[in-house]
Design a protein around this ligand. Structure first.
Ligand SMILES: [Zn+2]
Length: 256
């Protein structure tokens, strides 16, 4: 057990007895390095929900699988082991509380994504770009290895800058201002765009612009027109008018 004061992994148990309700064993421990005394409780592990896989098969919930996939996504990223452990423990507790009978692997994936989003953007992108297509861990690791370490964006003026997911989302959010499309949907589109360019080492900003326009056109025509006009897709006013005419003119329903 790691000492909460000095983080040394080494202690001796100085007392061990059941709690009054008999549901746990309480142990007093003393750190061999600094002498700090602390208490641990041993309990019967809550079984957790059944995990429903994409092919419909079910298996027992196993938090070490979550740990494994998060560890893989965080490979060589500056996140401490303690932080990682805390995230996994917290996630496993939330899953047991919020999904007492069953949870799909997809739902687990979404929860992991939510945590990685807060933890480390690179890990988030790695995980997001692969977790939806790969059923098995080896495939996931293979895909991860194929990802470039850093995607570069070539701007119109010829300068390079690192690709930034938040920028991509922000530009779509601006075009979609007050439109009936959720941020979640925008994030999903961003992931799809990132996925489509993830094997590349560089991509031009106009290419990204075209990818965004294609998606916006499918989900919200107003946002599409806003975005396209900013990106100077149209050479002149008549071309712009024609494009507007071609659109249905009806407000697109929220399909998110
Ligand atoms: Zn200690």
């Amino acid at each position: 057990m790691i000492c909460p004061v000095c983080s040394t992994d080494g202690d001796r148990v100085i007392d061990s007895r059941p709690t009054p309700d008999g549901r746990a064993i309480r142990r007093r421990r003393e750190c061999l390095a600094c002498g700090n005394r602390f208490t641990t409780y041993e309990q019967v592990e809550a079984p957790g929900p059944a995990v429903v896989k994409s092919d419909g098969r079910r298996e027992a919930f196993d938090h070490s699988k979550i740990l494994g996939s998060i560890q893989t996504a965080l490979k060589k990223r500056p996140v401490s082991r303690e932080r990682l452990q805390a995230v996994v423990t917290d996630l496993a507790t939330r899953i047991k509380n919020d999904f007492p009978s069953e949870i799909t692997t997809r739902q687990i994936g979404e929860l992991v994504l939510g945590e990685l989003f807060k933890l480390d953007e690179v890990a988030y992108i790695r995980f997001a770009s692969v977790h939806k297509q790969f059923g098995d861990k080896d495939e996931f690791i293979m895909a991860l290895k194929a990802l470039p370490s850093s995607l570069q964006v070539v701007k119109a003026n010829g300068r390079y800058e690192p690709f930034r997911r938040d920028k991509l989302i922000a530009s779509m959010m601006i075009a979609l201002r007050k439109r009936p499309v959720s941020r979640r949907k925008v994030e999903k589109i961003a992931e799809e765009i990132i996925e489509s360019i993830s094997e590349r080492e560089e991509v031009s900003s106009s290419e990204i612009g075209n990818l965004v326009m294609k998606r916006l056109r499918d989900i919200d025509e107003v946002a599409y027109i806003r975005y396209a006009s900013v990106y100077r897709k149209f050479r002149d006013a008549s071309e712009f008018a024609k494009e507007v005419e071609n659109l249905t003119g009806e407000e697109t329903l929220d399909r998110s």
